[in-house]
Design a protein around this ligand. Structure first.
Ligand code: GSH
Length: 218
């Protein structure tokens, strides 16, 4: 039975984008179910019918349900070892998991102030000191990876992997909010933006027409 990935609107749902990219960029077949977010009880119930977390993304593999973006990426990495979603080397793998977990559990100010909204016209906004510190930390993470693993390939650990999937929506946030970056970080963004799976998600998000007011903040 095919894997089924339950996701939110591609225009807005940054958590959905992460496991979707991990699957698509590795050519792992799956069906997708898109449930628009924050549209009322009926759509919320549709999410609850898949996962009692009431949130997307969720991956359905037969009678196994995995919810939460990072848990899904881990599950996919275990099921498809040939995709090399995490680096083979143990120390690199620990590094990749550390920055992925850091992304998953932090960067609240950046997330709150620079929501992913692919339709938003590109332009800078006034950011809090916390958001600016988040941006500086992302930049540091990317540059450290590029310095250490750049010879292996253009993504954070060489080829596209789980850590890249976790940081992909940040690339959109930096682009949409015209964040100024060092050239090395800009190169990484260009690499991500030229990934066919990233472009496919972006095209689909831009084709959506549903506007969700709570995400139209800045
Ligand atoms: N930590 C979770 C966050 C999931 C999450 O917050 N999803 C949002 C959309 S991006 C959601 O489903 N919101 C719908 C709701 O709360 O009703 C993950 O990594 O998957």
């Amino acid at each position: 039975m095919a894997l089924k990935l339950v996701i939110g609107n591609k225009n807005y749902s940054s958590w959905s984008m992460r496991p979707w990219l991990a699957l698509r960029a590795n050519n792992i077949p799956f069906d997708e179910v898109i449930i628009p977010l924050y549209t009322g009880d009926a759509d919320k119930q549709r999410i609850l019918n898949f996962t009692q977390s009431g949130k997307v993304p969720a991956l359905i593999d037969g009678d196994v349900t995995i919810w939460d973006s990072l848990a899904i990426i881990e599950y996919v990495a275990e099921g498809f070892p040939e995709a090399q979603i995490w680096p083979e080397d143990r120390a690199r793998r620990a590094h990749a998991r550390s920055i992925s977990a850091e992304m998953h559990s932090g960067f609240m100010a950046l997330r709150n102030e620079c929501g992913m909204n692919l339709h938003r016209p590109v332009g800078a906004i006034e950011l809090s000191a916390e958001a600016r510190a988040n941006i500086a930390r992302v930049r540091q993470i990317w540059i450290e990876c590029r310095e250490r693993y750049g010879k292996l390939g253009p993504f954070l650990f060489g080829s596209f992997g789980g850590a890249d999937a976790m940081f992909a929506p940040v690339v959109h946030r930096f682009r949409i909010y015209a964040i100024e970056l060092a050239p090395e970080a800009r190169d990484y963004m260009d690499t991500m933006m030229s990934l066919p799976a990233f472009q496919e998600w972006t095209r689909a998000g831009l084709a959506e027409t549903l506007v969700i007011e709570r995400f139209e903040t800045a």
